[in-house]
Design a protein around this ligand. Sequence first.
Ligand SMILES: [Zn+2]
Length: 100
Amino acid sequence: MTREDIIKLPKVELHCHLDGSLSREFVEKRLGRQVGKEELSVSDDCTSLAEYLEKFDLPGQCLRDEEGLEEAGYDVLRSMKQENVIYSEIRFAPPSFRDR
Ligand SMILES: [Zn+2]
């Protein structure tokens, strides 16, 4: 089975966080600057939940207004379509996106 075969298989995403599923392109567009991969994801040897959760801060900054939320929804659904996700439960915690 090839990678392409796997991508074509229908999938179900039962636990997905909106802020943790945004594309780097979306975050860059919303922030108006380039974003390094290390700003959005931890290294493979990360063992700290606090460090992991810090990576949600930047995407969260993109979700503080109606336009950001609407575009985020489309961004995530676009990515899911590319992987043939046919059902998804996307979680969203509005209080966590307020200015800090
Ligand atoms: Zn969760």
